[in-house]
Design a protein around this ligand. Structure first.
Ligand code: CTP
Ligand code: CA
Length: 224
């Protein structure tokens, strides 16, 4: 195995992968989160390892275990994920597959919130989390040569994803349609469109592992 890894097309390359959801505390016993199993990010990290890459795997609390062979950095919140990604740099490529919570609770309590008997629920206030993909894409020093983001959309998938790519400044976006009926959220298959300078390229629907292998192959070609 060691010899095979040393020979892979990504041998000597370092890739940072984010995966899973983030959890944003409300109080010590409650949180808000995104729906994400971490399956696609985990499959991508495994496929990169299979091609010989050293992978820093920055993961929120996912429901699938991290793949063998990666350097796991476990985080809970978006801000911890951001700090862990920065600490993992420099990297040749970054793949940002995490479902990061866009907002955290600004008035999180440090003790368990209790019902006070009045019937009035507590009011949560929110603050916007750092956009990790945009921040890494915008680095003037130490930016990975290839920055890949994801765009899970429910309508106008390519238009939304193309705008998102421009707004965030990443090189590639893998867009997918996660609307009900596609069965992609929580399923084992994915159907993605790769958006790059070259335009939009839709891949056939396939297993998440196959999407991961194809993406890893494309990353290897881009870095070669
Ligand atoms: N992302 C990130 N940090 C955030 C939010 C998103 O790194 N705080 C990354 C995701 O990992 C993904 C890409 O940005 O690769 C797009 O995430 P998405 O939620 O689709 O984009 P948003 O800019 O948050 O837009 P939306 O309002 O559609 O949620
Ligand atoms: Ca978002």
């Amino acid at each position: 195995v060691e010899a095979a890894l040393a020979d892979g097309p990504l041998a000597g390359r370092h890739v940072v992968v984010t995966s899973g959801p983030t959890h944003e505390p409300i109080d010590p016993v409650r949180y808000i989160a995104n729906r994400s199993s971490g399956a696609q990010g985990t499959a991508i990290a495994a496929a990169l390892v299979a091609l010989g890459a050293r992978v820093s795997f920055v993961t929120g609390p996912a429901s699938v275990p991290p793949p063998p062979g990666v350097e796991v950095v476990s985080v809970e919140t978006a801000r911890q994920m951001r700090d862990a990604v920065m600490a993992a740099l420099p990297a040749d490529a970054g793949v940002f597959a995490a479902a990061v919570a866009d907002w955290r609770v600004a008035n999180a309590a440090d003790r368990k919130m209790k019902k006070d008997g009045s019937g009035t629920p507590p009011a949560l206030e929110f603050a916007e989390n750092p956009d990790i993909l945009a921040e890494i894409s915008g680095l003037t020093e130490g930016r990975p040569a290839l920055v890949v983001g994801f765009a899970a959309e429910t309508d106008n998938v390519v238009a939304h994803a193309t705008a998102k790519r421009a707004r965030k400044g990443c090189d590639w976006i893998l867009a997918n349609d996660v609307s009900e009926g596609t069965g992609i959220m929580g399923g084992s298959e994915n159907e993605v469109t790769l958006i790059s300078d070259a335009g939009a390229e839709t891949w056939p629907r396939m297993g998440k592992d196959a999407v991961a292998r194809q993406l890893a192959q494309r990353i290897a070609e881009a870095l070669a």
